[in-house]
Structure formats: structure tokens, C-alpha cells
Write a protein that binds this ligand. Structure first.
Ligand code: SF4
Length: 393
């Protein structure tokens, strides 16, 4: 066993692991994954090498680990054990680290769930997407609604902290149909709910069908109304929105890992296509299992690229990510980070947006109002346009 450098200051960062396998490609998905599971053993050996090579560059202790992908729950117990062992060996974890795993119905069993627990995984996120047969078919999911129900019931026996992912905004979806999915989800009393608006990403089978005129997408106005309905409905059932797509039963049940992305905290990513952020540098791995394995066989990190964000880019990102959170942009922290007066730079535009009821602002925070939620992108652009050029700062 090789020894990894372990002397690091105790500041919390995140670790993300991209597991590049899925049983079948969903019609809407543009995440990197392959369906040839026979490559699992080779991937695991390369992954262990990556953990060893990346470890000395990670200068923080990890208080979150997120196993995503792809479908981490397709891994065999033995493969996941090897991955977890290498992570625990190569990185420092805080005692109370949040360790999450994404799982899909149709790929989990009681035996696997029990093994996840004994590996230290303390949070599970189930990709349900819908409880309606025709929606699951449209999305190209491998599982039935019955299997989703089974997976949730089973995972509830092993995990208190269970999250559930849903997709809304499907063609022709009514508020009533969406409400049924939300109602059904709540019968499992999940700790956390993620509700993602269906988007049509370049190169996916669904986008191809859309371009060929196989169906009409839901109108923007209807999709926006579904988002507003979701926020109001879940709030009335005790699930507060804390990010545009995310809801938790209480603040301590928010995804601590994903909160790192929205607050520009450092994180290291492992696995093909994984991104790392060592502020102000972002780097990303190759989106190809073959290249990933080849690079690691030569003892080289499988990097595809990197960029150092300049101050203007960091500011734009802080605005975009800050506005995604319901608590908004923390003004004192923003001012300290960028050594400027928020009021001087954004005051005029923000005041206009407040007057139009789209933004809420006081000395501590600047956040979207309920009415502003549907305009996240355009409000971000308006504020980002106020950012001074790097040279002016
Ligand atoms: S299971 Fe998840 S990662 Fe895999 S293809 Fe479907 S949406 Fe993409």
C-alpha cells in the first residue's frame, strides 16, 4: 500500500467521485457514462491510482464525499469497497463527514444497502424522477414506478437520511400530474427532495426527438408555474426551498456537499469527467474511460484541461451561484472577498429589480424574491453585466 501525504490543515472541502457506469443511457442525460459494465475492474484499478496521485494536491480535510455519476449503485459491493478503502486511505475525513451515494431503482438490494452502511455511507439519494409509467418511459429510465417504490421502501430500512430526485416540466405535464408525483414522494418522508426542470441538452436522444418534431416541449410559462407550485406546495408540507431545485425537511438535512458548489468552496473530483475546484483554479478530467485508464497507467493524472478564474469570472460566478440559493448572496462576505462596495457596483440595478418585486435586498443579503425565481438567468445576467472588468478592480 502506498503512503499518501497526510499533513493538511483542517479546513473542510469536498470530494466528488464520478462512477462512469449506467445500465442504459437515459434519453435526456448528457452526463458521461458507459454501459459496458465489464470495464468495472479496470476502472477501479485506475481509480485507486488516481486517488494516490491526487491526494498530495488536496490541502483540506474532507467533510463531504459525494459518489455520483453515472450510477454508483451498479458497482458490485467488492468494487465499491475498493474505492472506499482507497479514499479513506488517501484523504483525510472529518469525523462527521457527510458521505452520500446516488442510487437508481432497479440497481439496489438489501444486501447492497447494508454494505453501503458498513462502508460509512450515511446519505442516499434515489433517482426516482417520476412515479408515472408514461413519464418514466419518455425519459428512458430503466425502472418502473413499482421498482422506485420498492427502492425507497428498502432504503428507508437502512438510511434515515434519504433524498429523492424528481424531474418536472415534461411535455404536456399538468400541475395535477406533477402534484401526484410530489404527494407520492412525501409518503416516504424523505429528508431531502431535488426537483429538476427537464432540459434538452445537446446530443441527447431526447433533444434529437425534439428536433425531429416528435413532441412539443412544455411552454416556458407552464414550466415556470410548475416551479412556483413546487415551492409553495413543498413549503406547505414542511420542505423549505434552499436552492432553486433543492428542498430539505430541516436545515441540517440540506446536501452539505452540493452547498459547497453554490458557495465556491474547494472540492476535488475523481473519475472520468469529474471536475475539481481549488480556488481560483478549476480543472477537469478526460470524459473517456479509455483515456482515463491510459493516463493513469502512465502514472499521470487524467486531466483534460484547467482554467484559472480571474476576479471578474469569480464575481460573476458568485452572483450566479448566490442567486440560486434562497438565502441569496451574502453581501458582507462578497464585499470582503472582492474588496469592493456591493452598493457601488450593483446598487442601481439591484434597486430597480427590488422595485419590480424580483429581488429582495438588505445590508446582509441580496436574493431572488418568489416572483423572481423564474427569472434566475436574466436577473443573473443583469447583475453580472455590472461586474467591473478585472483590470478595473
Ligand atoms: S442513470 Fe443517471 S447518469 Fe445514468 S444515464 Fe440515466 S440520468 Fe444519466
Amino acid at each position: 500500500m502506498e503512503c499518501c501525504e497526510k499533513i493538511r490543515p483542517k479546513t473542510g472541502g469536498g470530494l466528488y467521485v464520478h462512477i462512469p457506469f449506467c445500465i442504459r443511457k437515459c434519453a435526456y442525460c448528457d452526463f458521461y457514462s458507459i454501459t459496458d459494465l465489464s470495464r468495472m475492474g479496470t476502472f477501479v484499478s485506475a481509480f485507486i491510482r488516481e486517488a494516490e496521485l491526487l491526494s498530495p494536491r488536496v490541502k483540506f480535510s474532507c467533510d463531504t464525499l459525494y459518489l455520483g455519476g453515472g450510477t454508483p449503485s451498479v458497482l458490485t459491493i467488492a468494487a465499491l469497497e475498493k474505492i472506499m478503502e482507497s479514499l479513506y486511505r488517501c484523504f483525510d475525513f472529518t469525523n462527521d463527514a457527510e458521505i452520500s451515494l446516488e442510487a437508481n431503482p432497479g440497481t439496489i438490494t438489501a444486501e447492497k444497502l447494508s454494505a453501503f452502511r458498513s462502508m460509512g455511507i450515511n446519505r442516499i439519494n434515489i433517482g426516482v424522477q417520476s412515479f408515472q409509467h408514461q413519464h418514466l418511459r419518455f425519459l428512458g429510465r430503466i425502472h418502473s414506478a413499482g421498482e422506485a417504490v420498492e427502492a425507497l421502501g428498502e432504503s428507508g430500512k437502512f438510511f434515515d437520511n434519504t433524498g429523492l430526485d424528481l424531474i418536472y416540466g415534461l411535455p404536456g405535464q399538468s400541475e395535477k400530474a406533477w402534484k401526484e408525483d410530489l404527494e407520492k414522494s412525501l409518503t416516504f418522508a424523505p429528508a431531502h427532495l431535488s426537483c429538476y426542470l427537464l432540459t434538452y441538452e445537446k446530443g441527447t436522444a431526447l433533444t434529437e426527438k425534439l428536433h425531429r418534431g416528435h413532441f412539443l416541449p412544455l411552454a416556458d410559462e407552464k414550466a415556470a408555474r410548475l416551479l412556483e407550485f413546487t415551492v409553495e406546495f413543498l413549503d406547505s408540507r414542511g420542505y423549505a426551498q434552499y436552492e432553486i431545485s433543492n428542498f430539505a425537511r430541516s436545515p441540517d438535512l440540506r446536501s452539505r456537499h452540493n452547498c459547497k458548489y453554490w458557495s465556491s468552496a474547494p472540492y476535488a473530483g475523481l473519475g472520468p469527467a469529474a471536475h475539481s475546484f481549488f480556488p481560483p483554479q478549476r480543472q477537469w478530467n478526460v470524459s473517456s474511460l479509455e483515456k482515463y485508464i491510459r493516463s493513469l497507467r502512465q502514472n499521470m493524472l487524467p486531466l483534460a484541461g484547467k482554467e484559472i478564474l480571474n476576479r471578474e469570472q469569480q464575481m460573476t460566478e458568485a452572483i450566479y451561484l448566490g442567486l440560486r440559493k434562497r438565502e441569496g448572496i451574502g453581501i458582507p462576505d462578497f464585499e470582503k472577498k472582492f474588496s469592493l462596495s456591493f452598493e457601488n457596483i450593483f446598487g442601481k440595478t439591484a434597486k430597480d429589480l427590488v422595485q419590480r418585486g424580483l429581488l429582495e435586498k438588505d445590508a446582509a443579503r441580496c436574493a431572488l424574491s418568489f416572483k423572481g425565481l423564474r427569472f434566475l438567468d436574466s436577473i443573473t445576467s443583469l447583475l453580472a453585466d455590472c461586474c467591473p472588468e478585472s483590470a478595473e478592480i
